[in-house]
Design a protein around this ligand. Structure first.
Ligand SMILES: C[S@@+](CC[C@H](N)C(=O)[O-])C[C@H]1O[C@@H](n2cnc3c(N)ncnc32)[C@H](O)[C@@H]1O
Length: 250
């Protein structure tokens, strides 16, 4: 079983109110070992939920063995940052022949996702784990991911926050190892900076752009069977653009 190595800290969003106690917990207590049950009501709930929820201690035990966790051999689809789980549960429902793993850092959103998986009766082909996507190699062996979805990653839209953005060169290096040859990376974002960053940083890396769409809400995603995400809907309502990139791990 792999030992979780990811950072126990989360970047503090400038607009977020982070109480000193919760900041201390984030900073000092290792992954999955939060001891204060009152810290967050969803913390205990996510521990006691059982499948399809995996805690930060249980998920790394599945590294290299996701087929066993799902009880069958099937393509492994991963979504980073499931949020409320609209997209994730919708995709798991429409593709029951595939295995689906969601990764979400916030306890409440893990539970919201789990509730949708239950409502859609997709608990057998899906798992949602509470984990930090910056430590993905705790969860997967090289080549284990068949399709990776990233929908509306947190924008960190000021230049001084750029280091917090998910879609940077370090992340692309990590996923290049964890994705199978021929695997797909499917990104939707409202933030053009993300599109430009990915296109810049795939140069010299084993990714090939196979499709791009600058108006997903008008034209649809450049892959079949897509589901609108919660954040995507907000941009749809406001009439603002959503971009998509489809990339292939060569
Ligand atoms: C802007 S929301 C988008 C939610 C959803 N994908 C959608 O499109 O509606 C970004 C999500 O990513 C999650 N997230 C941010 N950083 C993360 C990380 N390092 N690991 C896992 N999830 C993360 C957040 O908690 C949040 O739920």
């Amino acid at each position: 079983m792999a030992t979780p190595t990811g950072s126990p800290t989360i970047p503090k969003h400038p607009r977020a109110q982070v109480l000193p106690e919760s900041q201390r917990l984030w900073n000092e207590i290792p992954y999955g070992d939060y001891i204060d049950p009152d810290h967050n009501p969803y913390l205990n709930l996510h521990r006691s939920w059982g499948r399809p929820v995996l805690t930060s201690t249980q998920a790394p035990a599945c590294r290299g063995a996701w087929d066993q966790e799902f009880g069958r051999k099937a393509p492994l689809n991963v979504e980073i940052g499931t949020g409320n789980g609209f997209f994730f549960s919708g995709m798991a429902e429409s593709h029951p022949e595939q295995n689906w793993l969601g990764i979400e850092i916030r306890f409440k959103r893990v539970i919201l996702t789990a509730k949708k998986l239950r409502a859609e009766c997709t608990e057998s082909n899906s798992r949602i784990c509470r984990y930090d996507a910056s430590a993905l190699s705790d969860l997967f062996t090289p080549g284990e991911i068949d399709t990776l979805y990233i929908n509306h990653p947190d924008p960190w839209d000021k230049e001084r926050w750029a280091k917090n953005r998910l879609l940077g060169p370090e992340f692309l290096d990590k996923i290049a190892i964890l994705m199978a040859p021929g695997a797909e990376l499917r990104i939707k974002t409202d933030h053009l900076v993300n599109v430009d960053a990915v296109l810049e940083h795939i140069a010299g890396r084993p990714f090939e752009l196979t499709a791009r769409c600058d108006d997903v809400n008008g034209k649809g995603a450049p892959w079949a069977g897509d589901v609108v995400t919660n954040y995507q809907r907000k941009f749809l309502v406001k009439g603002l653009p959503v971009y998509a990139l489809r990339l292939r791990r060569s």
